[in-house]
Design a binder for this molecule. Structure first.
Ligand SMILES: Nc1nc2c(ncn2[C@@H]2O[C@H](COP(=O)(O)OP(=O)(O)OP(=O)(O)O)[C@@H](O)[C@H]2O)c(=O)[nH]1
Ligand SMILES: [Mg+2]
Length: 328
């Protein structure tokens, strides 16, 4: 049996690196915490053990440096474009990494392709003194998880003591306001319905005791997008108060993602949130679309549970998605 040792910042990080190098079948043999706090795991790699014994025909006569085929296969599985696969392999080649280290070099390269957007901030102290809470608006195509993700982020902020309130602009879909008001009740936050820009302005004027106001929109109506544009204009120089998140499903095709990016451009999203990572093993297109748009990703969601399934975006998570198709 071949035993490999992999070091990480903590157990999760070490296991994630081991998974990237040796696949999900790698067998955890032991783990120990090192004096500097890092964690060292020992794993057995069944596939490489078989290769070492000469049991796998495909291992013979490989023309490319070892490890390159693993990187290529992993990227093909996650739906990565040929251009990015080639760029990644070229980087690995240049780095001199071979064998299992090729995956590490690829991970480092891929993790840096996508920008990480800062997380939502409550309004500054001076804005709060003026009674002006931060406004966080969620836009995106129908059914991608806007309302669910808004509830996840709002409840996380409420749990750390932020005074939040929820506003529903979706007056079209039956049950939309009930869905959001149920979330508001759960987190004991004020709730309001604002069907247009004027109503939204009134709600904001009444929200001077809040740190953050979360605004849910409908994926169907261009009217919501216009209302957000008007809100952005009315905030004028105070643009920092409004953060608009474009929510996109990882299960969407690249064409649908490009279309969404175009149609929600007028709302000037500060960052993207990627949902439904649990519904696909090919999440590369949404990450590549974000990289091309040069927009940061703020959160990653891999399930519908409001009290879980929300992760801050991070380069290592991007690398996991490219190379394993899912969050570690
Ligand atoms: N599997 C999975 N389901 C999710 C995720 N996020 C949301 N959902 C589910 O997707 C469905 C739609 O979620 P909503 O939050 O209502 O989506 P929306 O974008 O607000 O939908 P509209 O307001 O109708 O445009 C619900 O059943 C959610 O539970 C996710 O990350 N993974
Ligand atoms: Mg909704």
């Amino acid at each position: 049996m071949q035993i490999h040792r992999v070091r990480g910042r903590d157990l999760r990080d070490a296991l994630s690196r081991a998974g990237r190098q040796f696949g999900d079948n790698a067998l955890l043999l032991s783990h120990e915490t090192l004096p500097d706090g890092d964690v060292l795991v020992a794993v057995a790699d069944p596939v490489r053990t078989a290769v070492a014994r000469g049991e796998l025909a495909s291992a013979r006569g490989a023309a490319r440096p070892s490890g390159f085929a693993d990187v290529e296969r992993a990227l093909e599985r996650s739906g990565t474009s040929r251009a990015l696969i080639d760029a990644t392999l070229a980087h690995v080649e240049r780095s001199g990494a071979r064998g299992p280290y090729a995956l590490d070099a690829a991970a480092e390269f891929l993790g840096a392709r996508v920008l990480v957007a800062p997380g939502p901030r409550p309004a500054s102290r001076s804005a709060l003194e003026r009674g002006q809470p931060a406004v966080l608006a969620f836009v995106g195509p129908t059914g991608v998880g806007k309302t669910t993700t808004l509830a996840k982020i709002a409840s996380r902020m409420a749990r750390v003591g932020r005074r939040v309130s929820l506003v529903c602009m979706d007056t079209q879909r039956p049950g939309a306001s009930e869905q959001l008001s149920a979330f508001a009740q759960l987190m004991q936050a004020p709730f309001a319905v604002a069907p247009d820009a004027a109503a939204l302005a009134q709600v904001l004027a009444r929200s001077s005791d809040r740190d953050c106001v979360f605004v849910d929109t409908t994926g169907r109506s261009p009217r919501d997008a216009r209302a957000l544009e008007q809100l952005a204009q009315s905030l004028g120089a105070d643009t920092e108060r409004l953060s608009t998140y474009l929510v996109l499903s990882a299960a969407s095709t690249r064409a649908a993602l490009d279309e969404a990016r175009r149609s929600f451009a007028p709302t000037r999203p500060q960052a993207w949130i990627v949902t439904k990572l649990d519904e696909t093993r090919a999440p590369a297109p949404v990450l590549e679309a974000a990289a091309e748009a040069k927009v940061g990703v703020a959160f990653l969601c891999d399930g519908p549970d409001v009290s879980a399934h929300l992760e801050r975006a991070h380069a290592e998570r991007f690398a996991d998605l490219f190379l394993r198709g899912r969050l570690a």
